[in-house]
Design a protein around this ligand. Sequence first.
Ligand SMILES: *Cc1c(COP(=O)(O)O)cnc(C)c1O
Length: 358
Amino acid sequence: MSIIDLVRPNVRELQGYSSARMEADGGLVRLNANENPWAPPDERGLELNRYPDPQPAALVSAMADLYDVAADQVLATRGSDEAIDLLVRAFCEPRSGAIMECPPCFSMYRVAAGIQDAQVIQVSLDESWEPNVEALVDAHRPGANLLFLCSPNNPTGNALGLEVVRSLCDRMSGKCLVVVDEAYQEFSAKPSATTLLREFSNLAVLRTLSKAFGLAGIRCGALVASPLVVATLRKIMAPYPLPTPTTSAALSVLSGKSLEQTRQRVQTLVSARSGFAEQLRQCPAIEAVWAFEANFVLVRTASPGALVRACASVGILIRDVSSYPGLDGCVRITIGSPQENATLIDFLSASANLEKAS
Ligand SMILES: *Cc1c(COP(=O)(O)O)cnc(C)c1O
């Protein structure tokens, strides 16, 4: 059995749109795409009057190097959000199809399933926030062609060991594509699931430049998977998904010097994590703190809504996640700059501020 057998039959048979840019590249006199011959003034040499390459070779190759895979295993996307959407549209039949997810987790998986009118099979994480492999295998049914895992998990922050991912890929072989969303992987000490792609064709890994690379504004990420999955998703993707300024900014952050600065900044955030958690533990309103392997921490408090509102009243934004299953009283706090972290700690340390929050 091929992983392509899990793709919706109409998508499997679909002939994707063939754009002018895909049919002919280069050229000296380009009269094939109804573009304007003149770029607007002040476009900084980006040739913005031209349609962009749908999958710029330089970007795909830089991402392949970054994630240590082959170029044909990489699909450059408009952030991982686009990859989630493409996966659901390619693998899940409306109504009869389903995704599987392990709450509490990122909410985009079920939003994408909802848009597709696919079902959502939920198998909660266990009390250590680890996936329950046996329960997932039992809950699987034909048509549930995607299993979303998130590592490090948003909003709990803990990362999966490779043995869990390996065991799920193995047990779900022929049944579903296991998707590991690694939006926060750079902040974790655990190895990436990309290292398992050699063993499993039913594995896809989502990466992004939005978090560790500081480029949430350009919308750029990657799906790393078997070349068959990459080729299938390309067929249903928008013809020109990557704006030229996005590719230009991504390439510049993936070049040598900038890459080193990114590593240092990630290191700075990771080093701040345990100290920040310790300071939060000292704050009167905070009952518990979990600081695992991402650029955020999770805290529990008696009145999460009041805490979030009290912070917002002085311009500090934190995220109420208390409505997530199993996360009663919880609030997610991003690790910011040393100054931003200190501003929050100062505010939370003052008991007068906290009375407002209780
Ligand atoms: C932030 C986040 C994303 C979205 O990433 P983009 O690349 O910006 O679309 C995906 N998954 C998780 C778990 C996230 O927290």
